[in-house]
Design a protein around this ligand. Structure first.
Ligand SMILES: Nc1ncnc2c1ncn2[C@@H]1O[C@H](COP(=O)(O)OP(=O)(O)OP(=O)(O)O)[C@@H](O)[C@H]1O
Ligand code: SF4
Ligand SMILES: [Mg+2]
Length: 384
């Protein structure tokens, strides 16, 4: 690959109709200390300036290490976590501007599927009651006959027998429970489903069935998905486009196949290089980038490029002081929609810059409460 022309800044997707438009979104959680008076002594910069657009009918996969802000961004899109800064437009409407009945109606269009179906389904409610809840709340169960027909249709759509209606969540396997979670999301005819780690609690064989189900339902109901996952194989399989997150920001975004063929950001390259390839010849030859050092705390993110403390291509001064913008790059073989947040993406892609050894740095820990939960895994391998 060779660099061909100047770079442009991030732009809205050219093709396709945008359903979700996220602009400059930040979600900062205050860190409080004090027994009698709560004092804010700092912030967790969980999401720190994200721009992304999800097109109608596509699946957008969001991937990154534990603690990088994926779930918080998903919740900000639903306005369950109102952004500290920035806007989220859904179907052309700024979600933050809605309240009361209009917000409630808009929420019908956006549903969530969670990682732990057991935790998200009330164990005291039968499947029938779980599915009817949302339908009633949104006036979709007008009479018994209509509601019954709808319930059966929903169960059929997710591959469960009608007899499941009278049963309770604990009577099902993990995969079946996730099917119930998906049926519940579908019950109110949403436009967007935000699926947060939808298969990571399931056995590998069941994972494939649930992913296939999500894909079938997308075709049948014209759904748009935001799928959050840390498993690259899952994201690759299901996504049309993928965004890679690191410490609260997107570092790369591209069509799924393109991202796997031409990962440009050093962090994405490291993530890809940690995934084993089934072909032993390719496996022996492939590039492996081992990242040293901990994922820094989002309460005290590094200045400049957030990845500079672990980046094998880090260049002095600029990487440490200037935060790179997510920008389109013009490189041979790379599509115009491919965006990357690295000052040196072109030089790294062309081989002009070579990786060097990275000395593990002691990540400066702030004394902002000493919350172990703020720390991520020790290595990429651990995260995956
Ligand atoms: N309500 C909250 N108050 C304070 N900090 C929070 C809150 N929710 C999340 N965080 C912090 O924000 C950061 C991002 O969390 P988030 O759950 O979005 O990450 P994630 O990428 O979804 O991780 P995982 O893959 O483990 O689910 C973490 O450091 C987390 O501890
Ligand atoms: S900007 Fe610098 S530190 Fe950041 S990813 Fe690129 S080369 Fe690495
Ligand atoms: Mg999460």
């Amino acid at each position: 690959m060779t660099a061909t022309a100047e770079t442009t800044s991030a732009a809205a997707p050219k093709d396709g109709d945008v359903l979700v438009d996220v602009r400059g979104v930040k979600v900062h959680f205050p860190i409080k200390k004090g027994v009698i008076f709560d004092r804010t002594i700092g912030y967790v910069y969980a999401v720190d300036g994200v721009d992304l657009q999800i097109r109608r009918g596509e699946t957008y996969g969001l991937v990154g290490e534990s603690g990088c802000g994926k779930s918080t961004l998903g919740r900000a899109i639903l306005n369950l976590e109102p952004p500290t800064e920035g806007t989220v437009e859904f179907d052309g409407v700024d979600i933050a501007s809605l309240s009361g009945e209009t917000l409630r109606r808009k929420r019908q269009d956006i549903q969530m599927v969670f990682q732990d179906p057991m935790g998200s389904l009330d164990p005291r409610q039968s499947v029938e009651s779980l599915l009817l809840e949302g339908m009633k709340a949104h006036g979709l169960a007008k009479n018994e006959k209509e509601a019954n027909a709808r319930l059966r249709e929903l169960l059929k759509a997710v591959g469960l027998p009608a007899a499941a209606l009278k049963k309770y969540p604990h009577e099902f396997s993990g995969g079946q429970r996730q099917r119930i979670g998906i049926a519940r999301a579908l019950s109110v005819n949403p436009k967007l489903i935000v699926a947060d780690e939808p298969v990571s609690a399931l056995d590998v064989s069941v994972q494939a069935q649930v992913i296939n189900l999500l894909e079938e339902l997308q075709d049948e109901y014209g759904l748009t998905y935001l799928v959050v996952a840390h498993d690259l194989a899952v994201v690759r399989h299901i996504s049309d486009r993928i965004g890679v997150m690191y410490l609260g920001a997107l570092v790369e975004e591209a069509d799924a196949e393109e991202l796997y063929e031409h990962p440009l950001h050093p962090y994405t390259r490291a993530l890809m290089s940690a995934v084993p390839v089934p072909d032993p010849v390719v496996e022996d030859r492939r590039e492996r980038i081992l990242l040293t050092g901990d994922l820094p705390s989002p309460a005290n993110p590094p200045k400049g490029c957030r990845f500079h403390t672990r980046c094998p291509w880090r260049q002095e001064t600029r990487c440490d002081t200037e935060r790179p913008e997510l920008r389109s790059v013009q490189l041979e073989g790379v599509s115009p929609g491919h965006r990357v947040a690295c000052h040196w993406a072109e030089q790294i892609a062309s081989g002009e810059l070579k990786p060097h050894e990275v000395k593990a740095q002691i990540t400066e820990q702030s004394d902002l409460g000493g919350d172990e939960d703020l720390m991520g895994p020790a290595s990429i391998q651990e995260a995956l």
